[in-house]
Design a protein around this ligand. Structure first.
Ligand code: ZN
Length: 330
């Protein structure tokens, strides 16, 4: 991992945190300015607390008891007023963007563990892929099944259902995949079919939803992924890339079959697919692979070990129809 990237991100986090805290302070100040009665009570609470501390230091126990009684009454008064106004404690705390880490980048209850929000940002930076997670464009609400023909053409598509019905079936499978992501029995996804049928779009829709659900996702094309692993093996890069390929919650391997193949890459590819199936350390990892190759071509290109993993542990979705890129912008 690039330390400078982490430092820069942590600076942005600090800024974010400061903004949230300042905003909160302003909000509270405004609130008390508009509610002078309450403001007076809070001031009394503060003064009483200070006096109590002083009296404790001087061992004036009876006074302390009296003052504590007074403090309780004041607090009760404050509580009642706030309840009447329908205001709870959360009003007085900053509205951090990430509730898991309060925008510190590390978990609230264990600050040795990096929060998924920071991990995801590091990965986006590392692969310069932040625009792949374009939440506004690539999400299910922009999924338009009318781009797929509703005409059945068994000869042309080698299927008895129309491309539209087919894509809606695949969408259902994708939704189930998201919903059951943490279920070890839920299969991974293999998207096959020609380019321009929405495989990458659908993968990104899924990734966006998975990230929204607080998990990490990493998008890689097969050629770049395998090259970067070989680079790591030869000591040209550190292990951040490789570790994340193995451990990220959702890995998307796009364009499988477009890489130049050799035995070294076969082994690495098998290792990735197999390791991610093992759900090591009780951590569920899932993978989406998409390829322009047909199943037959996949079988001919990759050895039996890889193919048997794909056939056994992947839900195979065949995309067919006419190139939708001509009809849409994605
Ligand atoms: Zn976080």
């Amino acid at each position: 991992m690039n330390n400078q990237d982490l430092k820069n991100l942590l600076k942005i986090y600090e800024q974010k945190r400061n903004n949230a805290e300042m905003e909160c302070e302003n909000k509270i100040n405004n609130f008390y300015n508009n509610n002078p009665n309450l403001s007076a009570i809070v001031e009394q609470i503060n003064l009483t607390s200070i006096t109590i501390s002083k009296e404790i230091l001087q061992n004036h126990n009876n006074t302390v008891i009296e003052l504590n009684k007074k403090l309780d009454i004041l607090k009760e008064k404050k509580k009642k007023i706030l309840e009447k106004m329908n205001i709870d404690d959360s009003f007085f705390s900053p509205n951090y963007e990430c509730k898991l880490c309060n925008d510190t980048g590390y978990l609230i209850n264990n600050n040795n563990i990096m929060c998924t929000c920071l991990k995801q940002k590091l990965m986006d930076l590392l692969y310069n892929k932040s625009n792949i997670y374009n939440l506004e464009k690539e999400n299910f609400s922009n999924f338009n099944d009318s781009l797929y023909s509703d005409k059945i053409d068994e000869k042309k598509y080698n299927s008895i259902i129309s491309p539209r019905e087919n894509i809606n079936n695949i969408k259902k499978i994708a939704n189930n995949f998201i919903e059951n992501f943490d279920n070890p029995d839920e299969k991974n996804l293999l998207f096959t079919g020609n380019t321009g049928l929405g495989k990458t779009f659908l993968s990104n829709c899924i990734a966006n939803q998975i990230i929204k659900n607080g998990k990490t996702a990493l998008y890689q094309t097969a050629p770049i992924m395998l090259d970067s692993i070989i680079d790591y093996r030869f000591g040209k890069t550190d292990n951040f890339v490789y570790e994340n390929i193995l451990s990220v919650d959702l890995l998307i391997i796009d364009d499988l079959g477009t890489e130049s193949i050799n035995n070294l890459k076969f082994t690495e590819l098998f290792n990735i697919i197999n390791t991610r199936l093992l759900n090591q350390n009780n951590k569920i990892t899932k993978t989406i692979i998409s390829t322009n190759l047909s199943l037959n071509n996949l079988f001919n290109t990759y050895d039996e070990r890889i193919f048997s993993r794909l056939a056994g542990y992947y839900n195979i979705c065949r995309f067919y129809g006419d190139d939708i890129r001509i009809k849409s912008t994605y």
